[in-house]
Ligand binder design. Structure first.
Ligand code: SF4
Ligand code: MG
Length: 326
């Protein structure tokens, strides 16, 4: 069977106010199979959200997209907007960082979920759709679902609102769910609960899940595979175990160093500096100004993604030998 999501050499180019063009995404290859969880990790500006926005055809006008983005074998690049809208929201569910932005503040949450169901199937009655919303609330463990579907967004706590947004994303029984920083706005305890819920849903429903996050720790326990992005490209990609225990790329190692210790205490290690903007990207390996291993070739040659340890890594001096078994 075709992968749910399949990106091949996906590139996105933007133009700034002065007419200067720059690539926000520089040739990304990624796939997600049914029932699989892919973590996409990187700092802001790495291109992780924009890759998914291109897949969902949600990029601002003026963005030039080339390459291929397929959903279940069907090319989405250049597809008619009406057809894309039918796929989005039906076969693909989305969860974002801020649940408040996903809901209309003056409408009851249950009615909004019912409307999302009826938008894709007008044969469902209002009453049946509301009953479905109650079932969805139950599925995402919102207590007293019959009562709470009649409440407004402001009557929900942050964590409950995020559960409601997950219910909304699942409303049309999607095959693929894309979650962009789904727990970033939540405190640590609630974050852990939401991650448990997503892991349960993936197991029980067999959906494919893409988790986009700046925090490698968030996807450690849930992702089957991880892609680490920097400067608009993938710098390391592989099975989760290989990423953590056989780390090849210095940037990935830095991200792992920034994972908080188990007792919730301080950061172990930080990468100095900030990521480049797409219009100010350095030549060669775009990580070189921040990399403790940088040497002469790093400043001129952008390394290709090659086998290293158990993953693929774009680095002239990977931390594990090229091609070694992981
Ligand atoms: Fe560091 Fe050079 Fe590897 Fe880039 S290519 S990550 S600068 S060692
Ligand atoms: Mg983002």
């Amino acid at each position: 069977t075709a992968p749910l999501l399949d990106l091949r050499d996906l590139r996105i180019e933007f133009q700034n106010a002065d007419g200067v063009r720059a690539e926000a995404l520089r040739g990304v290859d990624l796939s997600v199979n049914p029932g699989e969880v892919l973590g996409i990790v990187g700092e802001s500006g790495s291109g992780k959200s924009i890759a998914m926005m291109a897949f969902l055809q949600l990029l601002p006008k003026g963005a030039r997209v080339t390459g291929s983005a397929k959903f279940r074998g069907e090319e989405l690049i250049g597809m008619a907007p009406a057809r894309i809208r039918r796929i989005r929201g039906k076969a693909i569910g989305c969860i974002f960082q801020d649940p408040l932005s996903a809901f209309n503040p003056v409408l009851r949450i249950g009615d909004q979920i019912a409307e999302a169901i009826r938008l894709h199937d007008r044969t469902v009655s209002r009453r049946a759709a509301l009953k479905e919303a109650v079932d969805l609330f139950e599925m995402v463990a919102i207590p007293q679902p019959e009562r709470r579907v009649h409440q407004y967004p402001h009557e929900f706590s942050g964590g409950m609102r995020q559960r409601a947004m997950i219910a909304m994303a699942l409303a049309n029984r999607p095959e693929l769910v894309i979650a962009d920083e789904p727990t970033t706005a939540l405190d640590v305890t609630v974050q852990a609960q939401i991650l448990d819920l997503l892991a349960d849903l993936r197991r029980d429903l067999g959906i494919g899940l893409v988790m986009i996050t700046h925090d490698l720790g968030v996807v450690a326990g849930i992702a089957d595979r991880i892609a680490v992005m920097y400067g608009g490209r993938i710098v390391e990609r592989g099975p989760t175990d290989a990423i953590f225990y056989d780390t090849a790329h210095p940037y990935t190692a830095g991200l792992i160093g920034a994972v908080p210790t188990i007792d919730g205490g301080g950061q172990l290690r930080q990468i100095d500096g900030t990521p480049p903007s797409i219009f100010g990207r350095p030549p060669g390996c775009s990580f070189h100004p921040r990399c403790p291993r940088a040497a002469a070739p790093c400043r001129t040659d952008d390394p290709d993604l090659r086998p290293a340890g158990g993953s693929r890594c774009a680095c002239h001096f990977p931390l594990v030998p090229a091609g070694a078994a992981g």
